[in-house]
Design a protein. Structure first.
Lengths: 218, 245
């Protein structure tokens, strides 16, 4: 037998390569990536819609215009109550939960269907950190892009629904700051949740023995 | 003294299924000589794939040790094991295990990138190996656009690109037709001779025996017999009078 030589640590793959692998995977699995992204878009669009709707209603109530008040009361809004009412808070909470479930489900599916691929990469010499970094970049790209689309869709639907209900009054008292805050909040929630939701299963998959990862049924 | 590249020492593997313990391997010891072509035969459930996975560093034994070039796997951390998988071992699987979203060139060059090369250097080496296995004209095709034989050739190129010392092939002809299977066996044999690589295959395929230097039979989680190629008498459907499972 040969004299034993110390085995070195595996070479770290540069971020540039990680990015290129992730981008390539997204590009080639574009249909699947879009389905995952739609899960994120719908969740965030719902949340954004609720936040934007709440901001606009509050701005309309603050106008204290008789004509607007009539429209608000017809729509069932309690104009005497200041701030967000309990029902609205409940709906926002519900939308946040729906958004969370949608994103976690989309990201979990994205990792689960590729556990065998993770096992194969480990057989080729990939370290756990490479796997986690690849999914981090991939889910970030998917999550951030999906979140941006969802936030935009929620904003447009929110404005459209209120314009239908309250006409031009919406633009007289458009709450730019509150809407910007709602957009930012939805964007942060979507991005953070997307990354968290996929990193955890990727980390779990990366820590498996290669043979266990490859044994997983697809 | 023989140059032992892989040494399995008293390997056991136990799977716990509810209250029951299933012994996939029961104290297997085996020395594999550098440059040999070793076929591990045995019926389904005999433990040959478990043995294959453990000596390849893909799984851990419940008991026992594996040494590669004198280095005990049990002493290595996960980063060092990744280095071993990258530089010293090339894996070939029955179901090819190519990354579906990557082209043939990318499937091979990713293994080279893990060895520390830049993507452009890796692509150059991967192209050369793919040409060597006869796939120079299929570089930019994804696995779904390749036949089974071509996919297995990509897998062989991927296993060879880092010039490993050992190739581990688990049923490499299992998903291929007779003629393609023969081509793959010949290709493996050619690479073994040209590059002085140790080839270890877990197989049911009798055609594999004609390329083997050593045949190891595993039965019920134990080594039942070890024979050199010239000691094995092969007849249609049987080896040494035993029908293949």
């Amino acid at each position: 037998m040969n004299a034993t030589k110390a085995i070195p640590l595996q070479t770290k793959v540069p971020w540039m390569v990680v990015f290129s692998v992730s981008w390539g995977s997204l590009r080639r699995r574009i249909f699947r990536s879009l389905i995952t992204m739609i899960g994120v878009v719908l969740g965030i669009a719902f949340l954004t819609y609720m936040l934007v709707n709440d901001s606009i209603i509050r701005a309309l109530v603050a106008m204290k215009d008789n004509a607007v008040n009539v429209l608000l009361q017809k729509a069932g809004v309690d104009i005497l109550q200041s701030g967000t009412d309990t029902m609205m808070l409940l709906l926002i909470g519900l939308s946040l939960l729906t958004c969370l479930v949608g994103i976690v489900n989309a990201m979990l599916m994205s990792v689960a269907e590729r556990i065998k691929e993770i096992g194969t990469l480990k057989c080729l010499g990939a370290e756990d950190s490479f796997i986690v970094r690849t999914y981090f970049v991939e889910s970030s790209l998917q999550g951030v892009l999906g979140t941006a689309c969802g936030a935009l869709a929620g904003l447009l639907v929110g404005i459209a629904v209120n314009v239908v209900g309250y006409g031009g009054f919406v633009f007289h008292a458009f709450p730019w700051l509150a809407v910007a805050r709602a957009e930012l909040l939805a964007f942060l929630i979507g991005s953070i949740m997307s990354v968290m939701a996929s990193i955890a299963p990727a980390y779990w998959a990366a820590r498996k023995q290669p043979v266990d990862a490859m044994r997983v049924e697809e | 003294m023989a140059d032992v590249i892989l040494k399995a020492q008293n390997l056991s593997k136990v799977y716990t299924m509810g209250a029951e313990k299933v012994y996939a391997l029961k104290g297997v010891s085996l020395d594999i000589i550098r440059g040999d072509y070793v076929s591990i035969m045995g019926p389904s459930g005999s433990g040959k794939s478990t043995f294959f996975n453990i000596v390849g560093g893909l799984d851990k034994p419940t008991e026992g040790e594996v040494f590669m070039d004198g280095q005990r796997f049990g002493d290595l951390n996960s980063s060092q094991m990744a280095w071993v998988r990258c530089h010293k071992v090339g894996y070939i699987f029955q179901s090819f295990n190519l990354i579906p979203s990557m082209t043939a060139l990318e499937n091979v060059s990713i293994a080279r990138i893990f060895s520390g090369l830049t993507p452009s250097e890796a692509r150059k080496d991967a192209t050369a190996v793919l040409e060597q296995v006869g796939l120079g004209h299929r570089l930019h095709h994804i696995p779904a656009e390749l036949s089974g034989g071509q996919q297995q050739r990509v897998a062989i190129a991927r296993a060879l690109v880092n010039r490993p010392e050992v190739i581990l092939a688990d049923e490499p002809t299992g998903n291929l037709d007779l003629r393609t299977g023969e081509e793959i066996i010949n290709l493996l044999g050619k690479m073994q001779k040209e590059m002085n690589i140790t080839v270890i295959t877990a197989t049911h395929d009798m055609k594999m025996l004609s390329a083997s230097d050593v045949v190891v039979w595993i039965q019920d989680g134990q080594v039942a017999r070890i024979a050199n190629r010239d000691e094995v008498k092969i007849e249609v459907g049987t080896i040494d009078g035993n029908t293949l499972a």
